[in-house]
Design a protein around this ligand. Structure first.
Ligand code: GDP
Ligand code: MG
Length: 441
């Protein structure tokens, strides 16, 4: 995407605000990227519309193209859209025993994810977890969970042959309460596709357990299908979040955006492999970067925004080079020095000035002096600050009195100002000034 965009935008202007045309052109490319990443068409359309309104008229940071700027806006908007202000990894597990219901299609990764989350709850949250398999369809399914449980040191509900899922759920609830568990997890049976039998079964289990969290586990590689699955489960069962598995594969994750749009529920975790540790809390920036294929552009724009400050410093420097260095400039420099740890700190940062810094310090030049100098400048009039050469004896007396200081101190300040102005002019010719300014801002 980034290459395509920069191609499109090389022809466009580089400054000013984003025009409607800039935004439209960029968003056309973004739309293609969204669709390629398996974001569903209506979701892509709505999302683009929202971004368009937001981006038009925004100032373009110098040194990036409008296209890059739009992509950054799209990225930020997407990150916000994916999780809002929520913390994806925080499961509601107060009031023990807290039931967590795991739902989804067969093969999506429910059983694996159940065990992964149980391990996480045990290790990260120090919770006692009980897992129960409700999968009566496949003979090996209950064994699978029991084996994983033994592997990670988490208890599983003893297997009793011939029970229906609802009965197993009741038993798990009882056992969790009696056994003093903090959390119990119900790993339901999936089907190859959504059917009424599956939904009725999960509904019945839900009504027995009244889960605090109902997590839909979906294969991140299935793209569009995942969205239908999410919609169906949310409509019938009501989910509280999504776990996207197989994100270690090369799926582009567009389903995450669509599922969020369709269900309004956040992606909570992503599965990144078959191992029991291969699960992570959902990081929206990563998915957004993956969907847009443009991690580099975002950091580029961020860097460009940082350099705005540096540009202000550069403008100031240009004035200094022309010998324009008045009392207002001096005051800003003094204030900057205090901010940066005093004279010593500033000089220490300038190339070749470390030794001078030591001398300055030995001479007793500290923050107090800087503050007194600022006070002197404050008691000058506007005219005097802009043109210090107008300062005659009477004006000097007035200024010193205003700052509660001696005229001799003002004379020292004026001398320093002259020396600095001289030095700046000289340094400006050599390029030293540029280095010094860089160190200060
Ligand atoms: P269930 O039918 O929904 O319970 O699915 P399972 O938990 O049995 O998982 C089906 C297969 O997918 C198993 O071989 C898992 O090891 C594998 N699997 C689950 N999650 C992930 C994942 O995040 N990445 C990868 N690569 N494989 C996974
Ligand atoms: Mg299973």
């Amino acid at each position: 995407l980034s290459e395509r965009l920069s191609g499109v935008f090389d022809r466009l202007t580089k400054q000013g605000a984003l025009s409607e045309d800039d935004v439209k052109t960029a968003l056309r490319e973004v739309r293609v990227a969204l669709l390629e990443a398996d974001v569903s068409l209506p979701v892509a359309r709505d999302f683009i519309k929202a971004v368009q309104a937001k981006a038009t008229g925004q100032a373009v940071t110098k040194s990036v193209t409008p296209g890059q700027q739009v992509v950054k806006i799209v990225h930020d908007e997407m990150v916000h859209f994916l999780t809002g202000d929520e913390d994806p990894g925080a499961l509601k597990i107060d009031n023990p025993p807290a039931p967590i219901l795991m739902v989804g299609l067969q093969g999506g990764g429910k059983t694996t994810t159940t065990a992964k989350l149980a391990k996480r709850l045990k290790e990260k949250n120090g919770k006692r977890v009980l897992m129960a398999s409700l999968d009566v369809n496949r003979p090996a399914a209950m064994e699978q969970l029991a084996i994983l449980g033994a592997q990670i040191g988490v208890d599983t509900l003893p297997i009793v042959a011939g029970q229906k899922p609802v009965d197993i759920a009741k038993r798990a609830k009882q056992q969790a309460a009696m056994g003093g568990y903090d959390v119990y997890m119900l790993d339901t049976a999936g089907r190859l596709s959504i059917d009424d039998e599956l939904m009725a079964e999960v509904e019945a289990v839900r009504d027995v357990a009244t889960p605090r969290e109902t997590l839909l586990v979906v294969d991140g590689l299935t793209g569009q299908d995942a969205v239908h699955t999410a919609q169906n489960f949310d409509d019938r069962i009501g989910i509280s979040g999504v776990v996207l598995t197989r994100m270690d594969g090369d799926g582009r994750g567009g389903a995450a955006l669509s599922m969020r749009a369709v269900t309004g529920q956040p992606i909570r975790f992503v599965g990144l492999g078959e191992k029991m540790d291969a699960i992570e809390e959902f990081h929206p920036e990563r998915i957004a970067g993956r969907i847009l294929g443009m991690g580099d552009i975002v950091s580029l724009v961020e860097k460009a925004q940082e350099t705005i400050e540096a540009e202000q410093a550069e403008r100031m420097m240009k004035r200094f080079q022309k010998g324009r260095f008045n009392m207002n400039d001096l005051r800003m420099q003094l204030e900057q020095m205090i901010k940066m740890g005093g004279m010593e700190g500033v000089m220490g940062m300038m190339p070749g000035m470390g030794k001078m810094a030591k001398q300055v310090q030995d001479a007793g030049f500290d923050d107090k002096i800087l503050k007194r100098q600022i006070a002197l400048i404050q008691s000058m009039t506007k005219l005097e600050r802009a043109n210090p050469q107008v300062l005659q004896a009477s004006r000097k007396k007035r200024i010193a009195r205003g700052a509660g200081l001696e005229v001799s101190e003002l004379n020292k300040l004026l001398k320093m100002h002259r020396q600095m102005a001289d030095m700046m002019k000289k340094m400006g010719k050599g390029g030293m000034l540029k280095q010094a300014m860089k160190a200060m801002f």
